[in-house]
Design a protein around this ligand. Structure first.
Ligand SMILES: NC(=O)c1ccc[n+]([C@@H]2O[C@H](COP(=O)([O-])OP(=O)(O)OC[C@H]3O[C@@H](n4cnc5c(N)ncnc54)[C@H](O)[C@@H]3O)[C@@H](O)[C@H]2O)c1
Length: 335
């Protein structure tokens, strides 16, 4: 049997999270790492160290990586407002793309990259890891099977010391971040709820506090979805969380049962046919990770776990929350 050629992968953005992608990609047998792009010489050097490949070609600009190395696939892990141009350039160069969250920073940009994906026939996935984590996969399946009935209410919150951690970085510069914690880690929470429940937000009212920064730090949003289900999202960006990087709880009420995901780990399920509360891991689907799933999707062995449409839904809601907070009124979510 002939062995399939390796998938030649490049990394755009060699910072903290980019290096984690690189490490994980280096552990996938079907992958050959072929190059790096980052304007920072130090970041490129650290990336080479992580995978012990001192000769891995590096470039300051992603276009040089695309032109000179012609990767089959790229992972983008850069400041948020750069994603749009980088995704378009990569798709146009014929690469499959796994992009970090948030996919893009405006609804129009989401539509652009989806159109480019469709025109090029490449895969465009978002590195939303909750789509490959057992607790979230389990809840999505339970809801899709109708096992808690119709979803009527979701209450969720995410807390992080984001304000302290982001001080002085690109994350508090709107021209690079596209927004604060709502658009950054908060993007995971919005996506996880919409992806698991398939709710379609229609109207939102919200309050946002920027504290002394230019971006949202604390957000509270109430959302009415098609069919009159309600959701409440809380993003607490100035939380004192000694010992925890982030804490995230989601409670989903249906007409016949309730699901709770406690800090991304444990699932509690209450329904008449399912008397136990904490769901044992063995009842949950097997998880993987965005990098493994991306490579399997390129090989045609799996669907991409978080397609670009999830990024579109999230940015539509994000923009709605910010518009509602600014106007002080409930606003319709633009479709
Ligand atoms: N999925 C998750 O849980 C998770 C966690 C952390 C970060 N992220 C995401 O990963 C991405 C990167 O975040 P990070 O924490 O690694 O930030 P970081 O600041 O550690 O790294 C960003 C890197 O991008 C580089 N960069 C800047 N401009 C560039 C350009 N034009 N081309 C290429 N590289 C450029 C910087 O030099 C830096 O090395 C963001 O989208 C972020 O939201 C996701």
């Amino acid at each position: 049997m002939t062995q399939a050629a390796p998938i030649r992968v490049g990394l755009i953005g060699c910072g903290g999270y980019g290096r984690q992608h690189l490490q994980r990609m280096s552990e996938i047998r079907a992958v050959e790492l072929v190059g790096l792009a980052d304007p920072s010489t130090k970041a490129r050097a650290l990336a080479r160290e992580v995978v012990e490949q001192p000769d891995l070609p590096g470039f300051r600009d992603h276009r040089s990586l695309l032109l000179k190395i012609q990767p089959d696939a790229v992972v983008i892990s850069t400041p948020h407002t750069l994603h749009h141009r980088q995704i378009l350039d990569c798709l146009e160069a014929g690469c499959h793309v796994l992009c970090e969250k948030p996919l893009i920073c405006s609804t129009q940009d989401a539509r652009d990259v989806i159109a480019a994906r469709d025109a090029t026939g490449r895969i465009l996935g978002i590195a939303y890891q909750r789509h490959t984590l057992p607790p979230y996969m389990y809840c999505r399946e339970v809801i899709a099977a109708g096992a808690i009935g119709e979803v009527t209410f979701v209450s969720c919150w995410q807390a992080q010391a984001w304000y302290d951690l982001s001080r002085g970085t690109w994350r508090v510069k709107p021209e690079l971040s596209g927004g604060g914690q709502l658009n950054d880690a908060g993007s995971h929470l919005l996506d996880a709820v919409l992806w698991m429940t398939q709710l379609q937000p229609e109207v939102v009212a919200a309050f946002v506090d920027k504290l002394d920064t230019e971006v949202d730090i604390v957000s509270a949003a109430s959302v009415r979805c098609r069919g009159d289900s309600l959701c409440s999202f809380s993003i607490v960006g100035n939380a004192p969380l000694p010992g925890f990087g982030v804490w995230e709880d989601i409670v989903i009420w249906g007409t016949t049962g309730t699901l709770t995901i406690r800090n991304m780990q444990d699932v509690y399920c209450l329904r008449p046919t399912h008397p136990q509360q904490k769901v044992p891991r063995r009842e949950m689907p097997k998880g993987s990770g965005p990098d493994t799933n991306f490579i399997a999707a390129i090989r045609g062995a799996e669907e991409i776990a978080a397609p670009a449409e999830c990024g579109l839904s999230v940015i539509q809601l994000t923009e709605g929350i910010l518009r509602a907070a600014e106007s002080g009124k409930a606003v319709k979510i633009k479709q």
